[in-house]
Design a binder for this molecule. Structure first.
Ligand code: ARG
Length: 368
C-alpha cells in the first residue's frame, strides 16, 4: 500500500472506525474509467476532463461491493447538498445496489463549510484545511479540482497556492520540450518511444506537462443541481493526452466518424458529469466509441512550452491523409475534371433556387 493510502487507513481508525478497508483503485481507474473517457474525448462543456466525475462511480462501486460483502445496509459519504458528487454517489449506489441506503450527514445536517471544519476540530478529526484558506480539493490520477475560498469570486485570479501539479508560466523552462506519445487502437502505449502501462504513462506525461505549466483550467460550469460554480482544474496529463489522441483521430477517422463522434463526445461527457456512469445509455455509447478506435494507431509529437501544449507532428501507417491527393505540387493524383462535375451536381439545388425563388425576392425588393 502506498504512503497516502496507509495514512487514509490510519486516520479512519484514529477517528473511531471499527475497521477500515482501503483499496488502491488506480489500475482499474486508468483502464476502465480514464481510457474510455479519453477515447470518447469526454470534456464537460468543452474543457473539464472530468477527473472528479470519473472517480466517483469507481469509489461508489468499491463502496457498494464492500458494504454487500460485510452485509451492511447503509453506506455513507461526506458530500454537501449542493454539489454534483452527492448526485454521482447516490445515483451510482442506486444503480449498483438499490437495496443500500445512503447516509449523507453533511447534507442532512445542512452544514456549512465553517461548520464542517469546526465539527472536525472539536472532535479531533485531522483535516488539512483552515477556515482562512478553505479550498476544497479533490484529486486523482486524472486531475485535481479546486474550489471554494477566494475562488468563489469569478473575477479573482487564482492565487498561486491553488496549484500543486503545474508550474507557474513565469517559472516554467525557457526552452520548449517535445513529447512523443504512441497510440495503439486508441490507447496511449508509449512516451518518447518507451512503453508504459496507463498508470505509469499518465504519471510520466503529468511530470513533463506539469513542469511546463500545461493543464490549468479555469471553468465556470453548470452543475447538475442548477447552480453555476467556478472551479479550477489542474489536468496536465489529460490536457496533453486529449490533444494528442484527437490529433491522431484527425488522421485516422473518416469524416463521418469524426463528425458523429464529436456529437457523441458531448453526450458522453454530460452522462459522466451528471452521474450516469452505470447507465445502459453510457454503455451503448462506450461500445460505439470503442469500435471507432480500431484504426487509431500511430504517434503524435507535442511541444510543451510556457503553459502551452501544441501538436508538432503526427503520423500513422493507417493514416487516411494522402499527400499525393492533397499536394499543390505539379504531380498529384486528384482529378480536377471530376471536381467540375461534382460541383455541378452539388450546386444544382441552389442553382434552381436562385433561378426561381431568389429572383422573385430580388424583384420584390427592387419594386418596393
Ligand atoms: N466541479 C467538479 C465536478 O463536479 C469537481 C467537484 C469536486 N471539487 C472539489 N474541489 N471538491 O466534477
Amino acid at each position: 500500500m502506498d504512503k497516502d493510502l496507509a495514512e487514509v487507513q490510519r486516520r479512519a481508525l484514529q477517528i473511531g472506525a471499527v475497521d477500515a478497508v482501503v483499496v488502491d483503485g488506480k489500475q482499474t481507474f486508468a483502464e476502465e474509467y480514464v481510457l474510455p473517457a479519453l477515447q470518447a474525448r469526454a470534456l464537460y462543456e468543452g474543457c473539464y476532463p472530468l477527473a472528479t466525475a470519473l472517480g466517483r462511480p469507481l469509489i461508489a462501486k468499491l463502496l457498494a461491493e464492500t458494504a454487500l460483502e460485510m452485509g451492511a445496509g447503509y453506506v455513507a459519504h461526506g458530500c454537501t447538498g449542493k454539489g454534483n458528487d452527492q448526485v454521482r454517489f447516490d445515483v451510482a449506489v442506486a444503480s449498483l445496489a438499490p437495496e443500500l441506503k445512503v447516509l449523507a450527514p453533511i447534507r442532512e445536517w445542512g452544514m456549512s463549510r465553517e461548520e464542517e471544519i469546526e465539527y472536525a476540530n472539536e472532535r479531533g478529526i485531522p483535516i488539512n484545511v483552515k477556515v482562512s484558506s478553505a479550498y476544497s480539493v479533490d484529486e486523482n490520477l486524472w486531475g485535481r479540482s479546486i474550489e471554494a475560498g477566494s475562488l468563489e469570486d469569478p473575477w479573482i485570479e487564482p492565487p498561486s497556492d491553488v496549484y500543486a501539479w503545474t508550474a507557474d508560466v513565469g517559472e516554467a523552462p525557457t526552452d520548449p520540450e517535445y513529447l512523443t506519445i504512441g497510440f495503439e487502437r486508441g490507447r496511449p502505449v508509449s512516451v518518447n518511444g518507451k512503453n508504459a502501462g496507463m498508470v505509469e504513462l499518465i504519471y510520466k506525461v503529468q511530470e513533463f506537462a506539469g513542469r511546463h505549466g500545461v493543464g490549468r483550467i479555469d471553468h465556470v460550469e453548470n452543475r447538475v443541481v442548477g447552480i453555476k460554480s467556478r472551479e479550477i482544474y489542474e489536468a496536465p496529463a489529460a490536457t496533453v493526452l486529449h490533444l494528442a489522441h484527437q490529433s491522431l483521430e484527425d488522421l485516422t477517422l473518416t469524416k463521418d466518424a469524426a463528425r458523429f463522434k464529436a456529437k457523441v463526445a458531448i453526450e458522453y461527457a454530460d452522462l459522466v458529469y451528471n452521474g450516469c456512469w452505470f447507465s445502459p445509455h453510457r454503455e451503448d455509447l462506450a461500445a460505439y466509441i470503442a469500435s471507432t478506435q480500431r484504426y487509431v494507431t500511430g504517434e503524435v509529437k507535442v511541444k510543451l512550452h510556457k503553459g502551452s501544449c501544441q501538436v508538432a507532428g503526427r503520423r500513422s501507417d493507417l493514416s487516411l491523409y494522402s499527400r499525393s491527393l492533397a499536394t499543390y505540387d505539379r504531380v498529384h493524383t486528384f482529378d480536377y475534371k471530376a471536381a467540375e462535375g461534382f460541383i455541378t451536381i452539388w450546386g444544382l439545388p441552389l442553382r434552381v433556387w436562385a433561378s426561381v425563388q431568389a429572383r422573385v425576392a430580388l424583384k420584390k425588393s427592387k419594386g418596393s
